[in-house]
Design a protein around this ligand. Structure first.
Ligand SMILES: C[S@@+](CC[C@H](N)C(=O)[O-])C[C@H]1O[C@@H](n2cnc3c(N)ncnc32)[C@H](O)[C@@H]1O
Length: 214
């Protein structure tokens, strides 16, 4: 499985960004999901959990036990009845067409193989299922070239996060149609020098994708 040395500090590290904008974006992305079964991949410390409607039957997966321990204290991930388990999203332990909804926020940047993960999301979703996603993406022009150059260093210090992936292309290649999409910069209220540094992981997108018919 995976182990990030920052797991214990993840929530504290993300708190200013959550407060500035991410938390609102998460709520907007997830509040419309009602009922049915939901799988969240790369759930980390479970920051999305408070935004799920109580009618949703949610399962949480992440390959990093440290993240799961930090976010789901007291949970026994090995228990059959646990809603939360340790798993790489490249190999989801579910039959085809199991879930009404899959949620992935800030995950396709971190997985080893985003194409394979998108294929797995597609596989475990029911034909009319929806993927709710939020990711940071490669910028355009010089911004993207700068992200390409700094990617190896950034990946090293951030437990494998890639600042220069193109999740929309990857999802479309996996036969998803994007039905709703918003682009934003969650750092816009930050001091200019910090906002400049954090352009390494900006812009962000959030949206909903559906399986293309056929
Ligand atoms: C930046 S954190 C995002 C956590 C949370 N989803 C959020 O929105 O804050 C990336 C998460 O992806 C997980 N991850 C890394 N590789 C993965 C993989 N191959 N499959 C599933 N999750 C993975 C990490 O353990 C981590 O919890």
């Amino acid at each position: 499985m995976k182990k990030c040395r920052l797991a214990r500090h993840y929530d504290r590290f993300m708190a200013p960004v959550e407060k500035a904008e991410l938390s609102t974006r998460r709520r907007q992305l997830l509040e419309s999901i009602e009922g049915g079964s939901l799988l969240e991949i790369g759930c980390g410390t479970g920051v999305n959990r408070p935004f799920y409607h109580e009618s949703v039957k949610a399962f949480f997966s992440d390959p990093d036990e440290g993240m799961l321990r930090a976010g789901f204290p007291g949970n026994n991930a090995a228990s059959q009845s646990s809603p939360c388990f340790c798993s790489m999203a490249e190999d989801l332990p579910f039959p085809d067409a199991t879930f009404d909804t899959v949620v992935a926020t800030l995950v396709l940047c971190s997985v080893n193989d985003p194409e394979r993960v998108s294929g797995e999301i597609h596989r475990v979703l029911r034909p009319d299922g929806k993927l709710h996603f939020m990711e940071h993406i490669r910028g355009e022009g010089k911004h993207g070239i700068w992200q390409d150059r700094f990617q190896p260093l950034w990946s090293l210090v951030s437990c494998g996060c890639h600042p220069n992936r193109t999740p929309l292309d990857i999802l479309r290649a996996a036969k998803f149609g994007i039905s709703h999409l918003e682009t934003f910069d969650p750092f816009k209220s930050f001091p200019p020098w910090l906002r400049f540094c954090l352009q390494i992981v900006s812009p962000f997108i959030s949206g909903v994708a559906a399986k293309e018919p056929g």
